[in-house]
Design a protein around this ligand. Sequence first.
Ligand code: COA
Length: 186
Amino acid sequence: MAPLSLTTERLLIRDWSVDDAEAAFRIYGNPEVAMWLAPMMQRVTDPNAMRSVLEAWVESAPNLAPPTGRWAMVRRSDNVLVGGLALRLLPPYEEDIEIRWQVSQHEWGKGYATEGARALLGWAFTQDVDEIFAVARSSNARAVATARKLGMEWVGETTKYYGLLLQVFRVRRADFAGPVPPNGGE
Ligand SMILES: CC(C)(COP(=O)(O)OP(=O)(O)OC[C@H]1O[C@@H](n2cnc3c(N)ncnc32)[C@H](O)[C@@H]1OP(=O)(O)O)[C@@H](O)C(=O)NCCC(=O)NCCS
């Protein structure tokens, strides 16, 4: 899909660059973050491996069908990478889309995941999608709280994704209360 650039009050959501490797490694190399991302994504073990991961993300980006993709969240005031967001197909990889969020541990609790995800959902609902899911382990209180703060509705728990017992949240286009970009839907 075409490159994306969304701004919120504090954040810029943009495509990844391989030049993000060092900063991204501080997120995806941190065991406290990575423990919640497995088994979908394993902890990245060094900055070179992070570079390879980003190369793969950058290379695959143009081939992903909107609204799926992976993006960086950068704080506008100092240009620091604070996290990542993704919209990905859920298994069996046919239709249902999940939103994923990752924030640098030093930046947890500042509302970045919620602010960035709200903007991304607003954009996603200008595309050809009517509902978006989020899945999280019950023990991942921050992720569960993020889904709830976004106004996502708990729809149940399941073991059908990734071999884990996961709480499933959903937001529908009609119920979404976040911002829609000015040119959205055109
Ligand atoms: C989940 C994650 C993305 C949240 O990012 P964040 O920027 O800290 O999220 P926000 O600040 O927008 O919201 C976090 C909410 O979690 C809740 N929270 C924070 N600390 C908490 C704690 N110790 N226990 C329970 N809830 C907590 C709060 O409700 C907070 O909202 P508030 O602003 O009303 O206080 C981040 O913690 C992270 O990267 N975790 C590791 C990766 C991960 O788990 N990804 C999701 C996989 S399903």
